[in-house]
Design a protein around this ligand. Structure first.
Ligand SMILES: Cc1cc2nc3c(=O)[nH]c(=O)nc-3n(C[C@H](O)[C@H](O)[C@H](O)COP(=O)(O)OP(=O)(O)OC[C@H]3O[C@@H](n4cnc5c(N)ncnc54)[C@H](O)[C@@H]3O)c2cc1C
Length: 482
């Protein structure tokens, strides 16, 4: 039997569930290999910043494996092709991997399982990227939760060490001589897309960096999370999302840190700050469950009736939104943060997504795709969940009649315009009075602050009030057609 460990969204050697199973099972005499598959088809829709982040994670994993004397073998091709090649070399293999719930991964894994098992091998999957196994949190009738709050309550009720306990992974137990270098193992080509690892992005990849962010947040952010998380000019959140996506930090490490601090904290206020962060982690769990039960959301609105909406197809508006040139400063700042850093603050993700789907009445799928191309932390379930929440088409989403007013959001969460000015330098001379709605300046004010509307900064591409009326009418009509 040849044992293969396949790294996917779990790019670390510590507290890795499948890896602990692999290390337990590889027999004294068993040969083994560590695999990562570089699939060009998947990489083709990754943005540059995401690829850079991923490369940093792979480099860090290679380094960690080599400190034990082992090699990460990066094979290029589709998973089908790669396993076809491996099975020619080793007819019977035992494969270890952590489960993925994304619809396209489920069908891929089903195929790999079949070809391995039909050759007499074994396919061993484990739960690792979430605290709870896919589909395991159910209501009293054994059905999926379609509302977040009862899902969260049930999760908090049942959670125990079996969900967040540490999986020991001691690679020194493996015998160096038993490692097999797969014939076709190529040297990993870091030059893909002309990228080089010498250009660190806004959030840097790799295990050390993930752990550094977790420690920093544990010490300086966690007990102020609830009070600070909604203000995009402040570093009030953990920035762990890409690390959680690629698994450089485990969700159990994250949960254990929060629980430890929660249990140690003396006041109800401090506990409430920390619980708010745990609740966000449970939103992630909720959306993974939703994907698992409802794979059709890859293409369809969760609330199917809203697929009858006749969305606008105004390409000019969509382009203005993508470029951050809508004339709504908070929206434009968010989109420029996304375009330059590959990340966007959660509050601003909600504002920009709500603006695209409501003010511009554009199909959420277009925004979801644009975010997918740009985000370092792209995660199918959270991205789809966030988009459908904002579009009011999703599970437990914002009701369609509660439309964010971008100006009020801006005044409330970026009162002085610090965030806006960081990404829109053309507005840096404006006082707080005008920074949220620069088009309200008269001619002499525009001259005084050196911001000419229509030249230095666009006037709003739509009028919020009229756009809102249209959206309400369309959603109402569609809901009544049921
Ligand atoms: C339109 C839209 C698209 C989004 N796309 C993604 C995406 O592709 N990938 C992604 O990881 N998150 C996505 N989110 C959720 C959220 O914006 C990010 O998880 C968060 O901004 C990441 O920053 P952080 O790590 O500092 O989060 P923190 O506030 O520190 O939260 C800790 C962790 O909890 C999880 N989390 C926090 N908020 C949410 C949420 N609302 N939904 C699900 N999980 C959450 C994340 O894993 C995050 O890293 C999206 C939200 C919206 C509204």
């Amino acid at each position: 039997m040849h044992y293969v460990f396949w790294f996917r969204k779990d790019l670390r050697l510590k507290d890795n569930h499948a890896l602990s199973g692999f290390l337990r099972d590889v027999s004294e005499a068993g040969s083994f290999s560590f695999l990562y598959i570089k699939n060009k088809n998947t990489f083709s829709y990754f943005g540059e910043k995401r690829i850079n982040f991923l490369y940093e994670c792979i480099e860090s994993l290679e380094k960690d494996l080599s400190s034990y004397g082992f090699k990460l073998q990066v094979l290029e091709g589709t998973s089908k092709e790669v396993f076809g090649r491996i099975l020619e070399m080793h007819k019977i293999i035992s494969l270890y991997l952590n489960e993925q719930v994304e619809p396209y991964c489920i069908s891929r894994d089903r195929y790999i399982k079949e070809i391995i098992e039909s050759n007499g091998g074994k396919f061993n999957t484990f739960t690792d990227s979430t605290l709870f196994a896919a589909g395991s949190i159910v209501n009293a009738e054994g059905m999926q939760y379609k509302v977040y709050t009862p899902f969260r309550n049930q999760s908090m009720k049942v959670i125990n060490k079996s969900h967040y306990g540490k999986y020991e992974c001691d690679l020194s137990l493996l015998k160096k001589n038993n490692e097999v270098i797969l014939n076709s193992a190529e040297k990993f080509d870091y030059s893909y897309n002309g990228l080089s690892l010498s250009k660190p992005g806004f959030i840097k990849g790799g295990r050390d960096e993930g752990i550094r962010l977790l420690k920093e947040f544990y010490e300086n952010g966690l007990n102020k999370y609830k009070s600070r998380r909604d203000f995009p000019s402040v570093k009030g959140t953990s920035l762990l999302s890409p690390h959680l996506h690629f698994g450089t930090v485990s969700i159990r490490e994250v949960y254990r840190s929060a629980k430890y601090k929660y249990d140690k904290s003396g006041t109800d206020d401090e506990k409430s700050e920390i619980q708010t962060w745990i609740n966000e982690i449970l939103w992630r769990e909720f959306y993974y469950h939703i994907t698992y039960h409802n794979p059709q959301i890859q293409f369809e609105s969760f609330k199917k009736e809203f697929d009858r909406l006749e969305w606008n197809d105004n390409e000019e508006h969509f382009k203005s939104w993508c470029k951050g040139k809508t004339g709504y400063p908070i929206v434009d700042a968010g989109m420029r943060q996304l375009n330059t850093e590959g990340w966007m603050h959660n509050r601003v993700r909600m504002i920009t997504a709500m603006f695209l789907t409501k003010d511009l009445f554009t199909d959420w799928r277009k925004g979801e795709k644009y975010f997918a191309e740009k985000l370092i932390d792209l995660d199918f379930s959270s991205n789809n969940g966030g988009w459908q929440w904002s579009a009011s088409t999703g599970v437990d989403s914002q009701p369609y009649f509660r439309i964010f007013n971008p100006y009020l959001q801006s005044r409330k969460f970026d009162a002085n315009g610090d965030y806006i000015k960081r990404y829109l330098p053309e507005l840096k001379t404006l006082p707080a009075e005008f920074v949220h709605e620069p088009h309200l300046m008269n001619e002499s004010e525009q001259k005084k602050y050196n911001v000419i509307i229509g030249k230095d900064y666009p006037s709003p591409i739509v009028d919020h009030k009229s756009a809102k009326d249209i959206v309400l009418r369309e959603f109402k009509k569609t809901s009544e057609e049921r």
